[in-house]
Design a protein around this ligand. Structure first.
Ligand code: PGA
Length: 257
């Protein structure tokens, strides 16, 4: 973390979990345990149908609501899709783009990720852009090249002033939902590499202002060590974000003075 130059952001990714009723209940539980004074920003990304309930429930708690996906067109004949403007209008601040589950199960590519990043920024949303290698790719020794490619593709055509509004989440695919966490050194190395990649594209001042998260089995027991890495500015948390006490423990790990 480095609070001098950029925000520390702890974001939950609920994936396809919790109903609107459960969202309300979670907010009540979170309110009881979440510290009032926070050094870090707290975001909860919820399924699209729960956004309205979440915005209402998290009001007055200084917890921002995020979406888990969007479609890049502004409007039209795209049955079942949700646009950036629709999210913005509901009070959404962040949107996860290019999560590995979307790349794996829903055909998302670096090209569609780039279009979605542009759509999010145009609507005034902060994209949380996910990048990460599979186990095979790590074992082949191509992690760094692949990550640079994903970052460059996601940010293609995005101006320097807009890049500051982006969050990059490094999520090694082999660590997501598996209980296998990258070591702090592995996470730190790739997050530093992401910043180097941004620096080469946009210069040092922009690069140091971008929040880079780690995601993949982050939990209370490993959060302090991961967040101690200088280029790990927060977390994107799946499983542990579903329980108010575990999520709060991670917020507390980022909340150290
Ligand atoms: P996990 O998920 O914390 O359950 O590994 C992280 C994510 O997919 O964003």
């Amino acid at each position: 973390m480095n609070r001098r130059y950029r925000k520390t952001i702890i974001a939950g990714n609920w994936k396809m979990n919790k109903t609107a009723t459960e969202t309300k209940k979670f907010a009540e539980q979170l309110k009881a345990v979440l510290p009032k004074a926070k050094w870090c920003d707290v975001v909860v990304c919820v399924p699209a149908v729960n956004i309205q309930a979440a915005v209402k429930a998290f009001r007055d708690m200084r917890v921002s609501v995020g979406a888990e996906n969007l479609f890049y067109e502004k409007s039209g004949a795209y049955t079942g899709e949700v646009s950036a403007d629709m999210l913005k209008d509901l009070g959404v601040k962040y949107v996860i783009i290019g999560h590995s589950e979307r790349r794996q199960y829903f055909g998302e590519t670096d090209v569609s990720v780039n279009k979605k990043v542009h759509a999010a920024l145009e609507a005034g949303l902060h994209p949380i852009i996910c990048v990460g290698e599979t186990l095979e790719q790590r074992e082949m020794g191509i992690t760094m090249e692949l990550i640079a490619l994903q970052v460059k593709a996601a940010l293609c055509g995005v101006g320097a002033e807009k890049v500051r509004k982006c969050v990059i989440a490094y999520e090694p695919v082999w660590a997501i939902g598996t209980g296998k966490t990258a070591t702090a050194a592995q996470a730190g190395e790739v997050c530093t590499w992401i910043r180097t990649t941004i620096r080469r594209l946009y210069g040092a001042r922009v690069a140091r202002s971008v929040t880079i998260q780690y995601g993949g089995s982050m939990k209370p027991s490993n959060a302090v060590e991961l967040l101690a890495q200088p280029d790990v500015d927060g977390g994107l948390i799946g499983g542990a974000a579903l329980k108010a006490d575990e999520f709060t423990a991670i917020v507390n790990a980022a909340n150290q003075d």
